[in-house]
Ligand binder design. Structure first.
Ligand SMILES: Nc1ncnc2c1ncn2[C@@H]1O[C@H](COP(=O)(O)OP(=O)(O)OP(=O)(O)O)[C@@H](O)[C@H]1O
Ligand SMILES: [Mg+2]
Length: 261
């Protein structure tokens, strides 16, 4: 259960380079408590890197990352473990455990963090699986036996089980058909509506980005170029945001496609 009041994420001046490649130059972003925020931006701008920094999986070079007013930058391994136990996460490549059955993957946090008995954990996993359109007949299979879209849904169910107070989802609808995409987005909406869950989602689905989340943040060139409420996107007047959200080929964001010139 989400415990207590909702909690915000506050990022200030975050920088991260890999060797001499600067990916995040100076990220400042507030993810409001108890609301959903979608992070958009061209491919390879650092959206996944930013989520991994936030979860303590990639060490940052400088800057501040606060959750519920507490500084995360500089936490030791135990501190990060405690923080991660409060968050439900979905990675872009799903990162399912190959050697665990589907229900054990979904129930992972119940079995390992909350010490829920296996029988109860399995029942709860089956309920979460049903919400993402995975039947009981999938429960005892292994990830390799599922299609890409099914694996994605296992990842979503795993992130949401145990009602974490913070949900961080990297591309939860990638590779799903439009019907499944809508059901997953509605599921994410239900997690925030009426609950104290703080949600941060990365998506490449601009239709969803325009309509399904409370707040929108646009990452480009190592910075958050624009962040604001969904209803302000249409008249933000920001050329980067405008080009991205409308998927225009022309604009300040130049796509580098191979073998053209
Ligand atoms: N561990 C790493 N070591 C070196 N470079 C990395 C590492 N992780 C990411 N990068 C680089 O950082 C940049 C941003 O990658 P990232 O995966 O965050 O992009 P993204 O915005 O999530 O893109 P997409 O929309 O395609 O998922 C890329 O140029 C990538 O090659
Ligand atoms: Mg990514």
């Amino acid at each position: 259960m989400a415990s207590g009041a909702a909690k915000a994420i506050e990022i200030e001046g975050l920088a991260k380079s890999f060797g001499d490649k600067e990916v995040l130059r100076s990220i400042s972003l507030t993810v409001p408590a108890g609301e959903s925020t979608v992070l958009i931006g061209p491919s390879a701008t650092g959206k996944s890197v930013l989520l991994k920094c936030l979860l303590g999986l990639i060490p940052i070079d400088r800057g501040s990352m606060k959750y519920d007013g507490e500084e995360l930058h500089g936490l030791d391994a135990d501190g990060w473990n405690d923080f991660q136990a409060r968050a439900g996460m979905l990675f872009q490549q799903n990162a399912l455990f190959d050697s665990l059955r589907i229900w054990e993957n979904v129930a992972f946090r119940l079995l390992n963090h909350e010490k829920v008995p296996r029988k109860e954990a399995r029942q709860r996993a089956l309920r979460r699986m049903a919400e993402v359109g995975l039947g009981e007949e999938m429960a005892d299979l292994y990830p390799v036996e599922l299609s890409g879209g099914m694996q994605k849904r296992v990842g979503v169910a795993r992130a949401m089980i145990g009602d974490p107070e913070l949900l961080i989802l990297d591309d939860p609808t990638a590779g799903l058909d439009p019907i499944l995409t809508n059901s997953i987005l509605s599921l994410i909406e239900r997690e925030t509506a009426g609950k104290d869950t703080t949600v941060l989602v990365v998506t490449g689905d601009m239709k969803a980005a325009r309509s399904r989340f409370d707040n929108v943040a646009m990452l480009f060139d190592g910075e958050i170029k624009w962040a604001g409420r969904r209803e302000d996107v249409a008249h933000a007047g920001d050329p980067y945001l405008e080009q991205m959200i409308n998927g225009r080929a022309r604009g300040p964001i130049k796509m580098r496609l191979a073998a053209r010139d």
